[in-house]
Write a protein that binds this ligand. Sequence first.
Ligand SMILES: Cc1cc2nc3c(=O)[nH]c(=O)nc-3n(C[C@H](O)[C@H](O)[C@H](O)COP(=O)(O)O)c2cc1C
Length: 151
Amino acid sequence: MFQLMKAIICYLSYSGNTEEIAELLKVRLEARNFHIDMYSIGYGVVPNLYEYDLIFLGTFTWDKGSTPEEMKDFVKEVGGKPNNVYIFGSGDTQFGGDGLFCKAVDKLVNFYNCDYPGLKIEQSPRGSQEQLVTKWLEGVLEHAKSKNIRT
Ligand SMILES: Cc1cc2nc3c(=O)[nH]c(=O)nc-3n(C[C@H](O)[C@H](O)[C@H](O)COP(=O)(O)O)c2cc1C
């Protein structure tokens, strides 16, 4: 029987910017016939990420380049380091310039040993930055294919 490819998009968002990126990814993946589950970190039971073909994790950056505590707790609860994780996030260069911009994305990319770069969006992805989301996702799918992850 034909089975849809399954992806999960887990995100932490206080003011909605990271959630908007998550929604854009969802729409684009559904257009490619993925079954998408969304998980807003901190709400409800942490899903079993190991059931998915692709895992997307999104976070904002906080407090001088820090990863928010909720995200750290989530990572601990998930446990282990699945090898099909892709990281995205929202930040703001006003809080420390390029050096601290979306630093939590870099930290998660390092933690999960991702060999595909994270997506960094300045505040909301709406407008011209939507293109960045689209291009990044195309790259993700190519990358996953090259690693023989089912896409
Ligand atoms: C107190 C505070 C500290 C922040 N520190 C950083 C930072 O170090 N680096 C960064 O890129 N963005 C920083 N930001 C900006 C947020 O990451 C940015 O507004 C992001 O879009 C929020 O995402 P959300 O709407 O999903 O909650 C900070 C914001 C606040 C309020």
